[in-house]
Write a protein that binds this ligand. Sequence first.
Ligand code: FAD
Length: 551
Amino acid sequence: MTSPADVAPSSAGAGVGEAERYQVIIVGAGLSGMYQLHRLRQLGRSARVYEAGDGVGGTWYWNRYPGARFDSESWTYGFSFSDELLQEWSWNEHFAPQPETLKYCNYVADKFDLRRDITFRARVASAAYDEDANEWEIGLGDGRRARSRFLITAIGPLSAPTLPAIPGLEDFQGEAYHTGRWPHELVRFEGKRVAVIGTGATGVQTITEVAKTAAHLTVFQRTPNWCAPLRNSPIDPDTQKRIKASYPEIFARCRDSFGCFIHAADPRNALEVSPQEREAFYEKLYNEPGFAFWMGNFRDVLIDRAANDTISAFMRGKIRQRVRDPALAEKLIPTNHGFGTRRVPLESGYYEVYNRPNVRLVDLRQTPIERITPHGIATSAAAYQFDMIIYATGFDAITGAFDRIDIRGRAGQRLKEKWADGPRTYLGLQSAGFPNMLTLVGPHNAATFCNIPRCIEQNVDWVTLLLRYMGEKGFTRVEASEAAEDAWTHHVHESAARLLLIQIESWMTGVNRNVPGRHKRTFMAYAGGAPKYRERCDEVAAKGYEGFILS
Ligand SMILES: Cc1cc2nc3c(=O)[nH]c(=O)nc-3n(C[C@H](O)[C@H](O)[C@H](O)COP(=O)(O)OP(=O)(O)OC[C@H]3O[C@@H](n4cnc5c(N)ncnc54)[C@H](O)[C@@H]3O)c2cc1C
């Protein structure tokens, strides 16, 4: 049922000039935006998606760098909402490469005929709440405008790329690419001197691939990370059949685990078993695919320092075994954080890259970059010449895409200013003062620590039911109360307090030294786990959307 105050789509709205009007505007056509559009259509709502890129897929549309692939098992990542889709689509590899995932996103868009309600090449530059009309007005980069009762952001947790804060970026005369804005055309490395700046999850994938064909590769490393083996393999026909026959069990397992991955933590504490048993368990996990080593480990390795020390020591041993030059191995071993307290890159031969004669490592802790020059990179110790520089410097995570839109709520309040000292939200789905704006995979949501599509489906289903409820009851406005927001924000910080990672600077704690104003540690995600988060969201809904003011 549709609320009486919902507006029907039309090309021109009274008093708003040329603004197009919809019941709901969704920003972003990644998995979140695509699924939200599908569910709103089922609800009979008119919705329009505005997407900056010229295709669907979000992350998988933009991140075309060499080596880009899943860390999630492919068969746990795809949408679960359509049995037909699950049976039709066959993943070729346990951890699909980016082209396969982009193909999947396009397949979903075609199957559910999504493109007719998506405007591509449409970057939303502003979004302002008009209190009198109880509507949002968005402004696109090219001046076009559109209005709607509800605004749903699906702009991605890792979608605002950042370049390093180094002078001279514009001076370089060779080829330069950011991994998150990789060209659609084939980029060749043969015969070239290539530099990669950054050794996070993306850098590790890129470096491993580029080293295979570049004439010479120089890796500029500021912070080494603890990388664990991905152990990818093709999916054979028998396994394919088994996967397709067991989707309900697969998704049930994901649903019950902390981060909706197939891996669940071992119920034992690391120090309660003998050193031999512990070592054998680590060895077994090290040989398992995906995030088993991170997520399937002893339950206390990410919260107890002594437990964490045991796993970090095991990993140090592995790096020393795999890298032939002992001095180089030491440079690749993290010293400022324990295993798992920053995002763990999964690798397929990363450490062995450093045994190749065409690869060198520059440790930026010893010799920092001073500037990019017309022909390369100058550190405090040397001037290096390159044909290509690849910036694997990641994203202004979680709130970056919000900051890049001028979002104004009631009384013109700017979201960026409200969140200047860290996000404030209720359930990670709304922020007080921004009525009718709902934030999928936003800050303080369980989604950030999640096998994300599992959490996207939860977020979208919850938002869709909220809109249905409002329609049925004749409500046209929903806003989180200040009290509910305070309590949730407090709970988010409390939920993270016991984690070792809260003591470490990383994008998970809101620190990005390449972005002005991102130097202070805060907490960006809900760390109580997806099951608890889902329970809380369901409870709020069951109590008539407790903590939200509906009118
Ligand atoms: C390299 C890489 C690998 C990853 N691997 C995994 C993995 O293995 N498992 C996992 O669970 N997660 C992974 N992730 C996280 C990934 O982002 C999510 O899995 C998921 O794709 C998020 O979907 P989304 O739709 O919420 O956001 P996105 O896919 O980021 O889509 C957001 C969309 O919004 C658009 N947008 C943003 N701002 C605007 C604006 N102002 N106007 C218009 N459009 C806008 C963007 O162009 C983008 O298309 C990975 C991320 C990266 C970067």
